[in-house]
Design a protein around this ligand. Sequence first.
Ligand code: EPU
Length: 424
Amino acid sequence: MMTKIKIHGPQKIDGVVQISGAKNAALPLLAAAILSDEGLTLKNVPPLQDVSTMLSLLTSFGATNHIKQESRYAMEVCIKTDSIDSFVAPYEIVKKMRASILALGPMLAKFAQCKVSLPGGCAIGARPIDIHLKGLEALGAKIRLENGYVHATVPSGLRGMDFTFPLVSVTGTENVLMAAVLAEGTTVLRNAAQEPEVVDLANCLNAMGAKISGQGTDTIVVKGVTQLKWTTYTVLPDRIEAGTYALAAGITRGCVDLVGGNFRELLPAFTKTAEQAGLVFEDTNDGTRVKFGGEIVPVNFETGPHPGYPTDLQAQMMAYLCLAKGESQIMENIWENRFMHATELLKMGADIQLGGSLAKVRGVKALSGATVQATDLRASFSLVLAGLAANGESVVDRAYHLERGYSRVKEKLAGCGVEIELMG
Ligand code: EPU
């Protein structure tokens, strides 16, 4: 396992990056395989730690899988689910990845029972699952919490209903959506998450035989069906990975060709903010080109559910704004504790003032290399970005977080003329 990344700055990004399939689309899609009578084949699955964790969860239920390398950056995963005979998501797996909770909805819909270890808190916030459970209960599940586990059963079938999410939850929407697909009758999900990853899941479920409409809006309508069939589906490209490399081009005053999707369309609020902050976006034949426009301009923004500015690109934008000409204000509205990268950026000479969910970032002329500690996945890359722009050597410690969600970082950066050293 990689634990440290060493970077000699400053370096400049100039080249092409193949964007992988989206982690946050692949994880619910893998869980959706449980709903199929036979299984599911997914293409463009990113080679990531979190994907391996989801596969080991499916294996622990009794599913089997076969992986074919499509390219350096993509896998074809074929999952057979007709041998599932265990219904427990154990603590050892759930503690590694909270998205394991995505198995609950499909397991209940298909097997009428499931026991999932409670995910607990994490670095970026409390991350409760109360909304997932409320939605599943409204469909007819009976749930009790005992000994750190969610014990869920479906005594007399899942039934369609009208449910309003008390707040927008991405995996909450995905979990209840997956259960509703096999429920009897029609389910209406209001205040649903509109993220492209939710749309990708709904589209895959429809390809498997589900009857879902309204995905991508705040109201999703599901007409229950009795069974889903095997299909082959290609995972959506990773807009968060794309936005991260866009900011790598920005902070190093370079240029990057993001290949694999139209990232201006997938990232409307990010593109608008990044354009105000000095980046230039252009459509290309196979993706989006992002260039540094000549000046890092301060900008104020707040994170929010899609189509708002994604919280998963907040840390990376903060690193970029550390070098702006003037003060930027960032409001983090999704996670209560997602500014931990800020204190690390201070070690590199940044000027950031934190107050609750507001960060004031006053631009400095230059950052200087330092040893810093990664606290979560997106924070790790923000520190790599700062290290690429800083003068001198930086070491990002606890860099293993990065491997959960960014595939082949060293190789992708090398393709843009940038060198980083991974240390065990
Ligand atoms: N919330 C509750 N109760 C719930 C569920 C959520 O109070 O039952 C709260 C959360 O505490 C948070 C807010 O609702 O304050 C929104 O959380 P959401 O449920 O939308 O987050 P999530 O589904 O757990 C996904 C991504 C995260 C991303 C968030 C927000 C996956 C696997 N994870 O998490 O991705 O930050 O949506 O967009 O899709 C990442 O990739 O680095 C990452 C953390």
